[in-house]
Design a protein. Sequence first.
Length: 68
Amino acid sequence: MKKVMISTEAVFSTLYDRYKDLYTKTPQERYNDLISRHPDLFCLFPLKDIASFLNITQTHLSRLRKNI
């Protein structure tokens, strides 16, 4: 029972941080955070999925990547 509670708290914390970031951080900040945590992300997922995760368009994602 304790493992379930700990897992639930971890998932809730992760989701809460994600939603908070969507409303308080700019797309550039969200992109930088994501890349710093997962540098190989673009090898694993298509751009459309990464853009969707960041809640931006593919065009905006391409512009963010170009500026770096």
